[in-house]
Design a protein. Structure first.
Length: 130
């Protein structure tokens, strides 16, 4: 994730996968760009009229991000979509007017990382090891 002490990318550049782009910067990449987002799962929706499509809302320290999970991909990442509290999603950015979605291609449950928040030595400004 992007940290407040890290330098901002130059205009026209954004964090590329596997680095996660902050929700507040999703206006930078062009429509169709491949991006990775990460955040706490706020909402899971599976409307009956959506033909098996799942809609997720993720929240990071900068805002929220909408994720679309098609039915076939849902079957592949079912456990992460259902049980994950903290997800990292890589997919294609889709922009329709002022609404931005990430159409998921890969979903990773990174919920165990939440345990690091409880560790007495946790430093939110420390660089993330890759």
């Amino acid at each position: 994730m992007h940290t407040p002490t890290a330098p901002l990318p130059p205009p026209g550049r954004w964090p590329r996968p596997p680095a996660a782009i902050p929700a507040a910067e999703l206006d930078q990449p062009p429509d169709g760009a491949r991006v990775t987002v990460a955040g706490l799962v706020l909402v899971r929706q599976r409307p009956g009229t959506a033909k098996g499509v799942i809609f997720l809302t993720l929240e990071d320290e900068t805002g929220t991000c909408n994720v679309v999970v098609w039915a076939k991909l849902y079957e592949r990442y079912r456990r992460a979509v259902i049980a994950g509290r903290l997800l990292r999603v890589t997919g294609r950015l889709q922009r329709e007017q002022s609404v931005v979605h990430v159409v998921a291609e890969h979903i990773e449950d990174i919920s165990p990382m939440l345990d690091t928040l409880l560790h007495p030595d946790f430093d939110p400004l420390a660089p993330v090891a890759r």
